[in-house]
Design a protein around this ligand. Sequence first.
Ligand SMILES: Cc1cc2nc3c(=O)[nH]c(=O)nc-3n(C[C@H](O)[C@H](O)[C@H](O)COP(=O)(O)OP(=O)(O)OC[C@H]3O[C@@H](n4cnc5c(N)ncnc54)[C@H](O)[C@@H]3O)c2cc1C
Length: 375
Amino acid sequence: MTQIVLLGSGFAALTAVRELRRRKVQAQITVISPRDELHYLPSSIWIPAGLRTPKGLRLPLAGFFARHDVRHLKARVTGLATASRTVETDAGPVTADHILIATGGRFLKKLPGIENAIIPCEGLAPAEALAARFDALREGTIAIGMATNPAEPGAMRGGPMFEYAFILDTLLRRQGRRDAVRIVFFSPAERPGARLGEKAVDGILAEFARRGIETHLGHKMTRIDPGRVVTEGGEIAADLILFQPGMTGPDWLAASDLPLSPGGMVKADAMCRVEGAPGIWVAGDAGSYPGPDWMPKQAHQADLQAAAAAANIASELAGQAPTKRFTPELVCIMDTLDSGMLVFRRGKLNLVLPRMKPLHWLKRAFERHYLRTYR
Ligand SMILES: Cc1cc2nc3c(=O)[nH]c(=O)nc-3n(C[C@H](O)[C@H](O)[C@H](O)COP(=O)(O)OP(=O)(O)OC[C@H]3O[C@@H](n4cnc5c(N)ncnc54)[C@H](O)[C@@H]3O)c2cc1C
C-alpha cells in the first residue's frame, strides 16, 4: 500500500489529512509528531484575559485520527534523507512514497539576553507565564516588540504582538491599572507590520497613539538585559518584556539534505514541491515559497499550502502531473479584546476594515467554526 507520511500535527499537517481523505486517496497515512494534540495558538492571546485557558486550547486528536484512518506515531523527527525518502525519528526510521514536511517554524534566539524576554508565541506555556507576570504587575512598564530574520525578512509573525499590545491595554483599563503601567512598543522597523499594507500600518500607529501606547521604532536591537531592552537608539527600562524574534526553519533540518532558503526554511515551489526532491513536499511555516513579499507565516496560509500539496500528491498517485498552486493570501483579524481590525490581501487587493466591535466576535466565531472539525 502507498505510504504517505506527514511530519507534524499542526495546521498544515491536519489540513493535508482532511484534503487527502476528501480526495479519496487510498493510502496508509502516518502522522509523526511528539503529541496527538492540536494546540490552537491563535487564541492564546486571550489567556491573560481569562477568556481562554491553556487546557481549553489543547485539542486531543485521537478521534480525528480515527475518523480519517490515520496512524499517529508519537515521535520527534530528527532528520531526513531525500533520495531514499527516509525520515529519521527518535523512534526509528520511517520510509514513505510521499512525505509532507509540516513541522512549523522556530524563533531565532541569537539576540544576546533573549532569555530575559517572554516569547509568548512559542506555545501555551509562555502565554500562561505572561499571564501570571501581567497579573502580578501593579506598576511599571511593559515593553512589547518584534523583529524579523535579517536573512529572510518575510520570516516573521507580527500580528500577535500588536494584539498583545492592544489586549493588555484594554485589560489594564478594565482593571483600573492603566495609569500605573506604561506600554512601549519597539521594533527595528520604522513602520512595523509593513506586510499588512500601508493603510493597516497607519491604522496600527493611530491605534497606538489613541491608547497612549508609546513607540520606540527604527532602531536595531542590541540586547535584552534583565529589566531593559537595549537598542542602537536608546534603552527601554521594563518590568515585563515580550519579544517576538524573527523565524527560521525547524532545528532537525540541519540533519537533512533538504535545500534551504537564506533564512533556513525548506525551499519549495508554488506547488509545495521541495526543490530537487521528488515525493517530498512542504506546507506551512517550515517552508520558503515563491510569492509576494507580504506572504504571511500564518495558519490560514499554511492551510492553503497544505491543501495544494495534498491535491498534488493525489494527482501524482493517480498518475497525473501536479498542477495545483497555492494562493498567497493574508487574512488577519487583529484583536483588541473589545474590537478588532481586519486586514485582507490577495493579489493587488489590500482591504483594511477599521477597528470595530463585531470583528472581535467574528474572530471568536471563526475559532468555534474552525475547531469543530477537531473536537
Ligand atoms: C499567538 C499566536 C497568534 C496567531 N494568530 C494567528 C491568526 O490569527 N491567524 C493565522 O492564520 N495564524 C495565526 N498564527 C500563526 C499560526 O499559528 C502559524 O502560522 C501556524 O501554526 C503554522 O502552522 P504549521 O502547520 O506550519 O506549524 P505548526 O502549527 O507550528 O505545527 C507544527 C507541528 O509540528 C510538530 N513538530 C515540531 N517539531 C517537530 C519534530 N521535530 N518532529 C515532529 N513534529 C514536530 C509540532 O508539535 C506541531 O504539531 C498565530 C500564532 C500565534 C503563536
